[in-house]
Design a protein around this ligand. Structure first.
Ligand code: ATP
Ligand code: MG
Length: 322
């Protein structure tokens, strides 16, 4: 079974990415053949500064490696190092109806947030389809926000296969963990790198605390009973706590005397405790940039071999050969 995961180097990796995708991706290295890449071309839809993109790419690579990405067992690369994906993107564009793209929630959400509505953002799902179809992927572990994009990939693959009357592309399945389907951000909306509402597990202690303290709650005072159900702090605690710990936390909400600031500190402790074991390895890669570059180059050469063979097949089928 082939599994594919991608993340955009569009900002600092956050706990929504971790629980929505990274954790499952790392675990999946034992279940099948993992293909994981940093979606640098996709990140161009929101990052328009050279240094920011470079820093984000390096950070994302370091964080993946620290969290357990095994570059020997898996194939780990940066999207722009395998250019075949852009050729497939163009070919697939001709099998993608305008109506399909116009229905994309992610595009609507992002433009509603003020991100520039350009063609790259609009055609993002076609490039994502190319990422998946190029490698004959069976499973794509994602957060809920990406289910629709995987469904679009299936539609595009079907339309291509139908046009050429051959099963050229494998139809992928999205794999979503219902409990962490959408991790809320500090403002209660979907946590997103480009929305400025993230909690970044590897930020400095000071920044992490500031992010946790900025979680939006209602305005109940210390001496009031509070509702844990629907509270953003509680929703985030659910990611880190077992059932007993959650019951104890519910009690604290229901007993007057503590404020939201206390619950936020409990959450902060949990985040620090959860990610502490990865800090040393992270530090190692931060200080060994050349090794990170080598790992990614090695991954790109593995991915390229598969991509080149697939594109040979596709070009032949569609008539791009004399
Ligand atoms: P951007 O704002 O640039 O779109 P993002 O934070 O949404 O960034 P992506 O790179 O688009 O991150 O997505 C990487 C993976 O993380 C995807 O599988 C996506 O489903 C998952 N993911 C992103 N945000 C969340 C979230 N809040 N909850 C659960 N999963 C998430
Ligand atoms: Mg996103």
């Amino acid at each position: 079974m082939r599994i594919l995961s991608g993340i955009q180097p569009s900002g600092t990796i956050h706990i929504g990415n971790y629980f929505g995708m990274i954790k499952k991706m790392i675990e999946s290295q034992n279940d099948g053949e993992l293909f994981a890449f940093l979606a640098s071309y996709h990140a161009l839809t929101s990052v328009k500064e050279k240094e920011a993109l470079q820093n984000n790419m390096f950070e994302a690579a370091v964080n993946f490696l620290a969290l357990g990405m095994d570059p020997e067992k898996s194939t780990f690369w940066v999207q722009h190092d395998v250019k075949e994906v852009l050729e497939l993107y163009w070919i697939l564009s001709n099998h993608t109806s305008m109506g399909l793209l116009e229905r994309a929630h992610s595009y609507k959400d992002k433009t509603a947030r003020g991100i520039q509505a350009n063609h790259g953002l609009f055609s993002y799902p076609v490039l994502m389809a190319a990422d998946i179809l190029l490698y004959d992927v069976n499973v794509v572990p994602v957060g809920k926000d990406q289910i629709q994009h995987v469904e679009m990939t299936r539609d595009i693959a079907n339309s291509f296969n139908h046009a050429y009357k051959q099963e050229v592309f494998v139809l992928p399945e999205a794999k979503v963990d219902e409990i962490v389907a959408t991790v809320p951000g500090t403002d209660g909306a979907k946590m997103s790198k480009s929305y400025g509402n993230t909690i970044d597990m590897f930020a400095s202690k000071k920044k992490l605390k500031k992010q946790v303290m900025s979680i939006v709650t209602d305005s109940k005072e210390l001496d009031e009973v509070k509702d844990w159900n629907g509270c953003n702090i509680y929703k985030l605690c659910e990611l880190f706590m077992n059932q007993d710990e959650l019951l104890a936390l519910q009690k604290r909400y229901e007993t007057p005397g503590e404020g939201y600031g206390h619950f936020k500190l409990t959450l902060l402790d949990k985040i620090n405790e959860h990610f502490e074991p990865y800090l040393e390895k992270r530090e190692y890669y931060v200080n060994n940039k050349d090794e990170v570059r080598d790992i990614l180059a090695h991954g790109a050469s593995k991915a390229r071999k598969i991509a080149q063979a697939k594109m040979e097949q596709v070009r032949d089928i569609i008539g791009l050969k004399l």
